[in-house]
Design a protein around this ligand. Sequence first.
Ligand code: C5P
Length: 300
Amino acid sequence: MTPKALAVRCPAKINWMLRVLARRADGYHELDTVFQAVDLWDTVEIRPAQALTLGCDDPALPTDARNLVLRAAERLRQRGRTASGAALYLRKAIPVGAGLGGGSSDAAGALLLCNRFWKLGLRPAELQPLAAELGADVPFFLSGGTARGTGRGDLIEPLEACESPPILLGCPPFGISTKEVFERLPPRLTPVENGVSLSAFSPHKWPEEKDFGSLVNDLEPLVYEGWPELKNFRDALLEAGASGALLSGSGSTVYGVFPDERRLDEARRRLRGEFVGWRLVATRAVRHGVTWAARQGESD
Ligand code: C5P
């Protein structure tokens, strides 16, 4: 009998808002952000094997310890005190270096997948610190939906699900290094300098009082200065009828929220002609994070 391959689907995210509050002694930055999982998914599959290995359908991605999926599995093996093997396979749909959290989501997926596959029985509260060690965005994807992230972005507080309008993701044909963007921030931060107070974006009021016309991301000025075509795309989204448009995370994706599907489709047609080489993805908010997708194994 063909063994069953277990699989998880790992969503992308955008940030409805991202405030950078301070530089920390550990080199990270103190954030206040609202994450939103969206309907765009990578998949991670697992099959029995002697050794622990990773394959990937994107030849541009490393499949050694530089890949967070393998790091997550190795970390879980340590934590679970097991030497079990597994053949992991990553199918990418989320663009890389795009501010959509793809690598972090895949890592969260690998933690959940290996925990079940190796029957380690670690509870969500036990997986959370492992996720935070792997990357600041990783804990969010264990629960997903709409959530506030504080600390490095790794302290997660679920928020009421967001009934969001249609979202158009604009992914340019290049990625941006998060590390590089944070390193470019001035040493002295003045987080409310653009006049938008934190209280106006209090995540506790989210989503009832959300205002898609005043989305905020403190990394925008710096990223738009370095990559002006992203600002051009943001402006083009607004001109094409978006109610709001924002850089996601540290970029490179810029998204727009639209009043309805028709206006999103019109904008997409228009922008496709203007922004050659960009990937334009229509999506929606989703109410969960990594989800199970058990599938029958095709081959062994
Ligand atoms: O945690 P992760 O490896 O995803 O973060 C990538 C880089 O982004 C970090 O090395 C750090 O330079 C920067 N970063 C930061 N403050 C955060 C999150 C990330 O400075 N809260």
